[in-house]
Design a protein around this ligand. Structure first.
Ligand SMILES: [Zn+2]
Length: 114
């Protein structure tokens, strides 16, 4: 699958929420025990959000992908941000304490469409 086909594959297996409801693109297939979407792309099993970022042209290298919307099965690149593993750990703790940006503040970020 090329990038366009990967995005179509993810789209046809997801619920695309309107921007007025947060704009999450929610993977509706397999999820792991932590709630992350798991997809099979080009014969490889990987997280839907990582496949999405790669298909949208981001270089993941050894970075992690932070869900700013806190929906672990969301793969909307406007809701995702690349960061180091240690940054992601800090962000996760902040979210747990309720000290992180709310999803309403994310609406309109980026210009991605499935
Ligand atoms: Zn989201």
């Amino acid at each position: 699958m090329n990038n366009r086909e990967i995005i179509e594959y993810l789209t046809t297996r997801s619920v695309i929420m309107p921007a007025s409801e947060g704009g999450c693109w929610l993977w509706e297939q397999c999820r792991n025990q932590d709630g992350y979407g798991v997809a099979t792309v080009n014969g490889r099993t990987e997280y839907a959000h990582r496949a999405s970022m790669r298909a949208h042209g981001f270089d993941l290298s050894d970075l992690t992908v932070d869900h700013q919307c806190a929906n672990r099965h969301c793969w909307n690149p406007a809701h995702l941000e690349l960061c180091t593993r240690s940054e992601n750990t800090v962000r996760t703790a902040l979210k747990r304490w309720g000290a992180y940006r709310r999803i309403t503040e994310l609406t309109g970020v980026g210009d991605f469409r499935p």
